[in-house]
Ligand binder design. Structure first.
Ligand SMILES: Nc1ncnc2c1ncn2[C@@H]1O[C@H](COP(=O)(O)OP(=O)(O)OP(=O)(O)O)[C@@H](O)[C@H]1O
Length: 608
């Protein structure tokens, strides 16, 4: 049998069921006959979906516009005597993380809906072009037999690739195009409508993409939409009192409906593990356990937190998606003025969106100064402080030897950031990504094209509210001047080495505070340690001083353990002696002449 369900048409009914709904009938098994007499093309009755989504509307909250658009494209073809043109449609997603939401498809069953057949394109891939072509033709002819029908091809980008996935398989592409263009509802009634989904629209062969006259983009969910989806998903679940869905929605930046489903599954699993670990489940009698299940165990904030961490880690490993870093202002010592300037640029417009309408918005900020002064640390802290996801890119990582790939990488970074908004993109070593055009000396002009692409993306950010760009460089004088024009990296902030002991003390305290493994001995005076150090130090120098001292403490601990003088779980102590020895060995990483050069550059830009 080709299909799991077979529909029979009831020709005549006698009487009605006494207690059932008005449209229900009882089958009299002794007098009812079933005849199989060939197949008839007809619309199928609305069916209760096996996977019923948790919302009452036709679409998940927030995707109503998309579903309406989809219906507007498909419905005209279902009217008898329609005059609509071709009905193929390709639903693409705005970013690698976006997916077409299939739960809406399951509900797309208005009365007298067309037959819907979902075919994952991974099942159509084969060892040879010929085999793939045959499978494709079989899928189309199966769907044609059930017209009027919607054929849903998921992940269509998998089709038409050759076996190593690099080039196109011309034969499969041609065959797919032919099949798509052949399905003209004007000539074929009842029609077969083809809907395809992809999360990598840029990977679709042009011939396939142009065979779809309609293209819809699945939008990125806003914080409000994520909240509504979470509310719908948790409506029937017992939640702990401290669970704050609004806060959770903010932390789920960049999540699509599927991710939110996964979050709930992981949360339930975390709750089960918590109950099992508490020993409660094993200690209960079968009856009590049944009662516990019926009452429902509440999902606690810690279960959600654990699930979110798992998902975000898996996500960032899979697609390099950003994560909210765990660096706070507390971890950044000193640099008070710099912190204030950064917060004014980023936090103010986030807290007062009305400023955006007045045009008071900066999306780009350039931190410049000597190496190791805390530029990266600052960018991470601002992301944590403003609950923004953080996408860190090192300039040279984006440069690729293949033609067009470097520009594509730049495009991809911005697409990923838009999907994860609100987000900060941090471009470290910006000078290596965007040197002055015409001077980079590469024969193919790759760098010039990368700079142009970067400029175009930065200009495009004005329509996106919640994506900020922070660049960091030691040499702003090497950057393409167009980058520093208004609307791009128009705010320059100098992050210099700390020269006074008070700010050095703040940095040293921040670093020692962060190392939870070590404890400072009560007699330690950080100021006395600093008095033995060279006058001008960067944060990285102070970090190296601490790690040097910690290494000495660690070696002492290992020696003491081996000699049986210390207990294994006693705290690791950092003594004044360790720190003074490290201070005596400390060599500043940036010389005085270099610091002067950085200051000259700062003055030059401050004067502009
Ligand atoms: N103000 C600070 N407070 C605490 N730690 C600091 C500070 N500045 C620097 N550090 C320490 O120095 C390390 C290096 O700093 P960071 O990577 O932020 O410097 P950077 O300016 O981005 O350097 P580069 O220009 O080489 O990329 C940090 O991981 C941190 O441990």
């Amino acid at each position: 049998m080709l299909w799991q369900k077979v529909f029979f048409k009831v020709k005549k009914t006698v009487g009605e069921a006494p207690d059932g709904p008005a449209s229900a009938f009882l089958a009299d098994t002794t007098h009812t006959s079933l005849y199989m007499a060939g197949t008839v093309l007809s619309r199928v009755p609305p069916l209760p979906s096996g996977r019923s989504p948790p919302w009452d509307s036709l679409s998940p909250p927030g995707l109503e516009d998309l579903v309406n658009e989809l219906c507007a494209v498909l419905k005209p073809h279902l009217q008898p005597g329609n005059v609509a043109r071709r009905s193929q449609l390709c639903a693409s997603a705005g970013s690698p993380r976006q997916r077409e939401d299939h739960s809406s498809h399951g509900r797309m069953q208005p009365p007298r809906a067309p037959f819907a057949e979902e075919v994952p394109c991974s099942s159509l891939c084969a060892d040879s072009s010929r085999a793939a072509e045959t499978k494709l033709q079989a899928a189309f002819s199966r769907a044609r037999r059930c017209r009027p029908a919607v054929l849903l091809l998921t992940a269509i980008d998998l089709l038409g690739r050759d076996r190593d996935g690099l080039g196109e398989d011309a034969r499969v592409v041609a065959s797919l195009r032919h099949l798509l263009l052949d399905e003209d509802p004007l000539s074929r009634c009842p029609p077969l409508m083809v809907v395809a989904t992809t999360s990598r629209v840029q990977d679709l062969p042009t011939d396939v993409q142009t065979a779809f006259p309609h293209e819809l983009e699945v939008p990125v969910l806003s914080e409000g939409q994520r909240l509504r989806v979470l509310q719908a998903l948790t409506a029937h679940l017992p939640l702990g009192q401290e669970v704050n869905l609004s806060q959770l929605a903010r932390r789920c930046a960049g999540f699509v409906v599927g991710d939110l489903y996964a979050l709930l599954t992981h949360t339930c699993r975390a709750a089960c593990n918590r109950i099992r670990a508490s020993g409660l489940a094993g200690a209960l009698s079968e009856e009590d356990e049944g009662e516990l299940c019926a009452a429902g165990c509440p999902l606690l904030a810690e279960d959600f937190g654990q699930a979110l961490d798992q998902l975000q880690t898996a996500h960032s490993q899979a697609v390099g998606a950003p994560k909210i870093p765990s660096v706070s202002w507390h971890d950044v010592g000193g640099l008070q003025d710099v912190k204030k300037e950064i917060l004014e640029t980023i936090q103010l417009p986030l807290e007062h969106p009305e400023l955006l309408s007045l045009g008071l918005r900066r999306s780009g900020l350039l931190l410049h100064g000597p190496p190791g002064t805390g530029k990266t640390l600052l960018a991470k802290a601002v992301a944590t402080e403003c609950s923004l996801t953080f996408l860190s890119v090192k300039g040279p990582e984006l440069i690729n030897m293949y033609v067009g790939q470097s520009e594509e990488n730049v495009r991809e970074v911005f697409a990923r950031a838009r999907a994860a908004a609100p987000c900060i993109i941090f471009f470290d070593e910006l000078d290596s990504l965007a040197p002055s055009r015409g001077r980079s000396g590469d024969s193919g002009g790759v760098m010039d094209r990368v700079v142009s692409q970067l400029l175009a993306e930065l200009d495009g950010l004005h329509s996106t509210q919640d994506v900020f760009v922070i660049g960091a460089t030691n040499r702003p004088d090497l950057l393409d001047p167009a980058l520093l024009r208004p609307g791009r990296f128009d705010k320059l902030v100098f992050v210099g080495a700390s020269e006074d002991r008070a700010s050095q003390l703040r940095i040293l305290s921040a670093i020692t505070r962060k190392c939870a493994m070590f404890k400072l001995e009560a007699s330690v005076s950080l100021m006395s340690v600093l008095d033995c150090c060279p006058p001008q130090l960067t944060g990285a120098d102070l970090y190296s001083l601490c790690s040097d001292a910690m290494m000495t403490a660690l070696k002492r601990r290992v020696r003491d353990l081996e000699e049986g003088l210390e207990l294994r779980n006693s705290a690791l102590l950092l003594t004044m002696e360790d720190l003074l020895q490290a201070a005596a060995r400390l060599q500043p990483s940036v010389s005085e002449q270099e610091l002067l050069r950085y200051k000259r550059i700062q003055r030059k830009f401050a004067a502009c």
